[in-house]
Design a protein around this ligand. Structure first.
Ligand SMILES: Cc1ncc(COP(=O)(O)OP(=O)(O)O)c(N)n1
Ligand SMILES: Cc1nc(C(=O)O)sc1CCOP(=O)(O)O
Ligand SMILES: [Mg+2]
Length: 217
């Protein structure tokens, strides 16, 4: 996997948006997101055909702009849409089984420690999502925040694993997250709750790219 794709990974479902999800995605794309995950969760989450139809529309937008489109949890939906990949957590369908089902599509796995990173790599994950780095308002069942030190710890022992950090990351903390060793940031609220989504996304993108360039030197 190209680590650049993880630079600014936008995650969203209808419940995260105060405006039309398609408009939100369009503005985020204009702002420079590098990857998108459709995560339709929560009390008012769409299901069945409604969920499929929304995913289909969001996927079209991503295709038009060459943004990889990843489906959260729902492997059947990813296969039905022929999406670019799937993201699963520790309590979802087992990563090795998902890999068998999706072939060479992207497989992302949520991790919280080094042991889980190694398990994910053994299951042939393309990248890991480590979090929550900071407390988050976007996931009811999130674990305790692990802090920047966990990124550094994992990077010390797994130098090459494509790693995106998630959980409570903002424009103010993005730089530290990259400096700690993440290849990118995955965010919901930093984009969905912004007043001006395109401008905010641009600032996040610039912050991440600036920190990455400094790290290359
Ligand atoms: C990039 C990324 N990292 C972590 C997660 C969290 O996945 P999971 O633990 O399965 O929780 P849900 O998102 O399914 O509630 C993620 N979605 N994306
Ligand atoms: C979807 C998700 N997964 C997490 C994990 O720790 O695995 S935290 C999280 C929510 C991220 O949203 P925000 O950017 O608003 O904090
Ligand atoms: Mg999950």
């Amino acid at each position: 996997m190209m680590k650049h794709m993880l630079s600014l990974y936008f995650i969203m479902g209808s419940g995260d948006c105060t405006r039309d999800p398609l408009t939100v995605l369009d503005e985020a794309i204009q702002g420079g997101i590098t990857m998108f995950q459709f995560r339709e969760k929560g009390k008012k989450a769409l299901t069945g055909l409604e969920k499929y139809r929304l995913a289909e529309k969001l996927f079209e937008r991503c295709k038009d702009h060459n943004i990889p489109f990843i489906v959260n949890d729902d492997v059947d939906l990813a296969l039905a849409l022929q999406a670019d990949g799937v993201h699963v957590g520790q309590d979802d369908e087992e990563a090795a089984r998902v890999r068998d089902r999706i072939g060479d599509k992207y497989l992302g796995v949520s991790v919280h420690n080094l042991a889980e990173v190694r398990q994910a790599l053994a299951a042939h994950a393309d990248y890991v999502g480590l979090g929550p780095i900071f407390p988050t308002v976007s996931k009811d069942d999130a674990k305790q925040a692990c802090g920047l030190a966990m990124i550094e710890h994992i990077r010390t022992y797994e130098k090459h694993v494509p790693l995106v950090a998630i959980g409570g990351i903002t424009e103010q903390t993005a730089r530290q997250v990259i400096e700690a060793g993440a290849d990118g940031i995955a965010v919901i609220s930093a984009i969905c709750r912004a007043e001006h989504i395109c401008e905010q996304t641009k600032r996040l993108y610039e912050t991440v790219m600036h920190a990455k360039r400094r790290g290359d030197g």
